[in-house]
Design a protein around this ligand. Structure first.
Ligand code: ADP
Ligand code: ASP
Ligand code: MG
Length: 439
């Protein structure tokens, strides 16, 4: 079985929905994972923000405008009145559910239930379209099998058992559809795999069913060597290793959810990145093989916070770092970069949730300084043979930009530097020019 994930743009308009039918309507056994229509999750976030601010009128306005968009799509999508009516009723029921929150006190838990509506609607619209065209498919609700544990990690055992049961319910079926992104938490409540999480859904499913391949279909011809949103003259990388792709995704390459490579890497399942707007393009293949050496790609992760602990007394005494790390463990906050000196330790986190608590605890060790608004620039490639002087080339390229931290040697395929986000675009472009375009 192949797992095919289609992102927001792949289901962004009625034409894209129709094109999708042509892409998937063959005899191969497959499970299609769909995102919400492009922009829908952002709209749901906007509604949630209005609800938190008790601006019910604004929330209602956005809800009604969004519902109208779906009506137009329904009109363009289906031929028969029968399916137009069914789809309209389905959309109405989802929006009535969202609307019901404008009459209630709003809580964090309900927020997740609202965020799930985009994927629930897009999968139903697609399933109805296949039905109208007499193409057999089975819609499985991700809420029946996708679950995270108390630490927010996928509960693989539960997912395998429940997905297998769902698949077996329909013997002989070859074409399944499910929602990306959404899941239940350990208490059975509706939750999600964080923004961009449909990629993660696809790879988790790929891993539990031992898929032949996981395909991530999006709006670009595969993985590029730099972020095309900020940099001119990027090019597609046709082959990447799991480690390289995981590193780039974790450090900000938006084309893949940060942790979406891991499940496929564990099971050695190839991941193929394809463009729905240009399906004949070969895209990028991610496997366990390392292809050509050299510097492969650059990515940037924003929203980074540096925490510096200065202490003359006990710094670097044995056991000190352990006690520092324990604080981050207690507050479930992971550390991305770390550098040490005789008198100070600097480390970075991207999760501000418990920042105040962490700061208070760290004060016991010395002076704590916190700086927000930083970005990690991650250069991925083969740094094994450092004699090639790649590090020098990277630092040379960045000579005009103030560097806050450098991380080298953590792995042989990553060098990361921390800079202020205001220098990010310039840093990405100058690295591109110096490392790939031979300036
Ligand atoms: P989807 O909605 O299909 O999940 P995303 O917007 O999440 O699509 O991801 C695709 C986008 O990722 C591209 O349009 C591109 O702007 C952005 N992107 C960032 N870095 C890269 C990269 N290195 N290679 C390709 N695309 C990238
Ligand atoms: N719809 C969700 C989002 O916009 C999940 C995804 O698209 O992967 O973040
Ligand atoms: Mg995405």
């Amino acid at each position: 079985m192949k797992i095919l994930k289609f992102g927001g743009t792949s289901v962004g308009t009625s034409d894209r929905f129709k094109a999708l039918v042509n892409l998937v309507a063959d005899e191969e056994s497959k499970l299609v994972v769909l995102s919400a229509m492009a922009g829908m999750t952002d709209t749901l976030v906007e509604i949630i923000e209005f609800l938190y601010q008790n601006k019910k009128k604004n929330a209602t306005g956005v809800i009604n405008a969004s519902k109208k968009k779906y009506y137009r799509i329904i009109d363009e999508l289906y031929v028969s009145d029968e399916w137009k009516k069914k789809a309209t009723e389905m959309v109405d029921s989802h929006f009535a559910y969202i609307m019901s929150f404008t009459f209630k006190i709003f809580t964090k838990l309900q927020e997740k239930a609202i965020l799930a509506q985009g994927e629930l609607i897009s999968t139903a619209l697609f399933h109805y379209l296949l039905n109208e065209q007499k193409i057999d498919s089975v819609l499985i609700s991700a809420l029946n099998f996708m679950r995270i544990d108390k630490d927010g990690e996928p509960d693989y055992f539960y997912i395998r058992e429940n997905l297998e049961r769902e698949l077996e319910k329909v013997k002989g079926a070859k074409f399944f559809i499910t929602q990306g992104y959404i899941c239940r938490n350990v208490y059975g409540e509706v939750d999600n795999l964080k923004r961009g999480g449909s990629d993660y859904t696809a790879s988790i499913i790929g891993s539990v069913v031992n898929a032949e391949e996981v395909q991530i279909w999006t709006d670009i011809n595969g993985f590029r060597n730099n972020d095309p949103r900020y940099v001119d003259n990027t090019r597609v990388i046709h082959e990447l290793s799991f480690d390289e792709a995981a590193e780039l995704a974790y450090f900000g390459a938006k084309i893949l959810h940060p942790t979406s490579i891991f499940p496929c890497k564990e099971k050695n399942i190839p991941v193929r990145l394809k463009n729905t707007l240009n399906p004949d393009d070969p895209g990028t293949l991610i496997t366990d093989k390392y292809s050509e050496q050299g510097i492969k790609a650059i990515a940037a992760k924003d929203g980074i916070i540096v925490i510096k602990i200065k202490s003359t007394r006990m710094l670097l005494a044995y056991g000190f770092l352990k006690r520092v790390f324990e604080i981050f463990e207690i507050y479930k906050t992971s550390i991305d970069m770390i550098t040490t000196s005789e008198v100070a330790v600097s480390l970075t986190v991207d999760n501000p949730m418990y920042l105040k608590e962490i700061e208070n605890e760290l004060r016991k060790f010395g002076i704590v300084e916190i700086e927000k608004g930083q970005s990690i620039i991650c250069v991925v490639g083969d740094f094994f043979a450092e004699r090639k002087g790649y590090t020098l080339r990277i630092l040379n390229a960045l000579k005009e930009i103030p560097i806050r931290m450098i991380s080298y040697g953590g792995s042989w395929y990553n060098i990361s530097v921390l800079i202020n986000t205001k220098h990010k675009k310039q840093a990405l472009q100058t690295l591109n020019d110096h490392l790939f375009n031979c300036k």
